[in-house]
Design a protein around this ligand. Structure first.
Ligand SMILES: CC(C)(COP(=O)(O)OP(=O)(O)OC[C@H]1O[C@@H](n2cnc3c(N)ncnc32)[C@H](O)[C@@H]1OP(=O)(O)O)[C@@H](O)C(=O)NCCC(=O)NCCS
Length: 170
């Protein structure tokens, strides 16, 4: 099912909503075994209004929001000059609230971001990392034409979590 949604650059007044949606999606995606103290500390310190405002003030970042009937449904964060091999643009975050999943909003945000990449650098290429256990996101990125190009690790509470590096060059 396709949802009616619109995409635009985030504004400072969106920061609180983005932080709340980010925290919700992170917990829903990664804390399926319950919320530990390490997870609580990570979420409370990562998804804050201040950190979102800092991203909006960073000239190397583009943050786009997707809205459905004026409510936040998801967001994407692009970082420029964040190289993996010869690819300079990293997708740092792509989060869709679960009640809006599978309606084409994630692919629309990714397509929009790649359009910005093309307009800015003359190349649509992007890269990102995704948790190796996040089968849904890996399938989604494959369906968007991305392929695995390596392995990296995300450390939380002294535990290393394997991530796949995925790249789309065309
Ligand atoms: C992964 C995520 C970004 C996908 O966004 P979405 O809006 O649900 O995806 P879309 O509806 O745009 O799906 C786009 C395509 O992927 C396909 N797809 C989606 N989920 C899939 C799955 N589980 N398996 C295979 N294909 C899938 C869809 O069929 C669709 O293909 P189509 O356009 O040919 O019909 C979103 O579900 C999400 O935010 N998940 C939680 C957070 C997360 O894991 N983010 C990524 C971490 S790096």
């Amino acid at each position: 099912m396709k949802a009616t949604h619109s995409i635009r650059p985030a504004r400072p007044e969106d920061a609180a909503r983005i932080a709340v949606l980010g925290a919700h999606v992170w917990v829903h995606t990664y804390a399926s075994a319950g919320v530990t103290d390490v997870i609580a500390q990570y979420v409370l310190t990562t998804f804050t209004r201040e950190k979102i405002l800092a991203l909006l003030n960073d000239p190397g970042i583009v943050l786009l929001v997707a809205e459905a009937e004026a409510n936040l449904a998801g967001y994407i964060v692009m970082r420029f000059d964040s190289y993996y091999a010869d690819v300079p643009i990293e997708i740092k975050t792509l989060y869709i609230q679960d009640s809006f999943a599978d309606r084409g909003i994630g692919s629309a945000l990714l397509t929009h971001a790649r359009g910005i990449a093309m307009a800015t650098t003359g190349d649509r290429a992007i890269w990102l990392t995704v948790n190796s256990e996040n089968a849904k996101a890996i399938s989604f990125y494959r369906s968007c034409g991305m392929t695995q190009d390596g392995i990296t690790y995300f450390e939380l509470g002294g535990i290393k979590h394997e991530n796949k590096v995925m790249v789309a060059r065309h």
